[in-house]
Design a protein around this ligand. Structure first.
Ligand code: HEC
Length: 193
């Protein structure tokens, strides 16, 4: 009987120890410290996540925002007439945050979108992974970010000549990457390699 009680007591201790270790690991204790950082990040709901392929990110974010900047190559945003109902306008230039403000916002969108081009796990429309580990990919993304920042400063200055120069920088940034990774001989199947 005594022996049985001792065995039971040991079992209780073993269960308690397992629960305790599990608890400290869940709390990021000593056990969790050994885990690779990426694994911890993947578990967090705040970590970057991927939903679109690269072409969708281009069509949804880069393309429409670049057009707002390109508009200023031949038009002064200050002259754009607001829509009759700016809050429901589908053209940023005539909307609630229209005119020069729209150019600033599009420059920020392009600059921030550079981050989306470096998230692991995204694929191109042909199923190949976005080549984020190629050294020149990082440089081309940085080129886009830099051009976006130049465009933002230019928009803030409300100086059309400056925005024309910035629009050139944006075009060059888009084109440099497309030359290397998009407009490939052999078509879509050869993109992103
Ligand atoms: C770092 C590289 C890179 C940069 C910078 C870049 N692109 Fe792209 N873009 C690509 C690649 C690669 C594709 C092909 C994606 C696919 O097929 O999934 C693409 C596709 C596109 C498409 C879709 C084409 C289609 O087949 O429908 C558009 C539109 C586009 N880009 C616009 C832009 C604009 C505008 C900019 C600049 C503001 C830009 N891109 C900057 C790499 C880039």
């Amino acid at each position: 009987m005594r022996f049985r009680n001792l065995a039971f007591a040991l079992l209780v201790c073993a269960v308690a120890a397992t629960v305790f270790v599990g608890y400290t690991e869940a709390q990021g204790g000593a056990g969790a410290a050994a885990q690779p950082k990426t694994q911890t990040a993947a578990k967090s709901s705040a970590a970057a996540q991927v939903d679109g392929n690269l072409a969708q990110v281009m069509r949804g974010i880069l393309f429409p925002n670049a057009n707002v900047i390109f508009f200023t190559q031949s038009n002064n945003p200050a002259d754009v007439k607001p829509a009759s109902d700016p809050s429901s306008s589908t053209d940023p230039l005539t909307g609630a945050y229209g005119g020069w403000n729209a150019v600033e916002n599009s420059a920020i969108a392009i600059t921030e979108a550079a981050n989306l081009l470096t998230i692991p796990g995204r694929v191109c429309s042909n199923g190949r992974p976005v080549p984020i580990n190629n050294p020149d990919w990082g440089k081309l993304v940085q080129g886009l970010r830099d051009a976006g920042r130049v465009a933002y400063k230019a928009a803030q200055s409300k100086n059309q000549d400056k925005v024309v120069d910035a629009a050139d920088a944006v075009t060059t940034a888009c084109q440099s990457c497309h030359d290397k990774y998009r407009d490939k001989p052999g078509g879509v199947a050869n993109r992103c390699m």
